[in-house]
Design a binder for this molecule. Structure first.
Ligand code: FES
Ligand code: FES
Length: 180
């Protein structure tokens, strides 16, 4: 056993004793009851389990099914439960822009893959807020960013379209005509 502490969705967690070989997915699901992070392939392939980790140069996603919980010791993690704004009672008051875009575009059916897509698209949106790109490059950039996420229901088009439209409609994520 080893002792870990971290920040999850803005809340301090731990110190908690965990087995040294415990995967982050199991830590979230079983120890913290955060079941939105999904077990798909269990091999780091489908990205259903992707969580956001805040690093010095911005957030990146990690596959929680193949990353040990101890890797997250001392780090700040965001799961799908942490994206929406909540009221004083803890109820969801407003979805994040990515979540709302997926809903508006009917991007998912069973939703099993959705938490991974939310985190991956959010990482992309946050990256573009730091480093905007030309509008002509948005389509290819979205495809590249979401390419690793597997969905068995929808055929991807609506996830990609929702993310593309959100980026094009959000000021500051793309460069203007004169490159500013
Ligand atoms: S469950 Fe983690 S990548 Fe598939
Ligand atoms: S909506 Fe069912 S797996 Fe993606």
């Amino acid at each position: 056993m080893t002792e870990i502490s971290m920040t999850v969705n803005g809340n301090s967690v731990g110190p908690i004793d965990v087995p040294e070989d415990l995967m982050m997915l199991e830590f979230l699901n079983e120890y913290l009851n955060l079941t939105g992070t999904r077990y798909g392939c269990g091999q780091g392939v489908c990205r259903a389990c992707a969580v956001l980790v805040d690093m010095a140069d911005g957030a990146r996603t990690m596959a929680a099914c193949v990353t040990g919980a101890i890797w997250f010791d001392g780090r700040s993690v965001r799961t799908v439960e942490g994206h929406a704004t909540r009221d004083a009672q803890g109820q969801i008051a407003q979805l994040s822009p990515v979540q709302q875009a997926f809903l508006d575009h009917f991007s998912f059916q069973c939703s099993y893959c959705t938490p991974g897509f939310v985190n991956e698209a959010t990482a992309l949106v946050e990256r573009l807020a730091r480093a905007p790109i030309a509008r002509a490059d948005v389509e290819a950039t979205v495809l590249e960013a979401l390419n690793g996420n597997i969905c068995r229901c929808t055929g991807y088009v609506r996830y990609l379209g929702a993310t593309r439209d959100l980026i094009l409609e959000t000021p500051g994520l793309t460069l203007t005509e004169d490159g500013a």
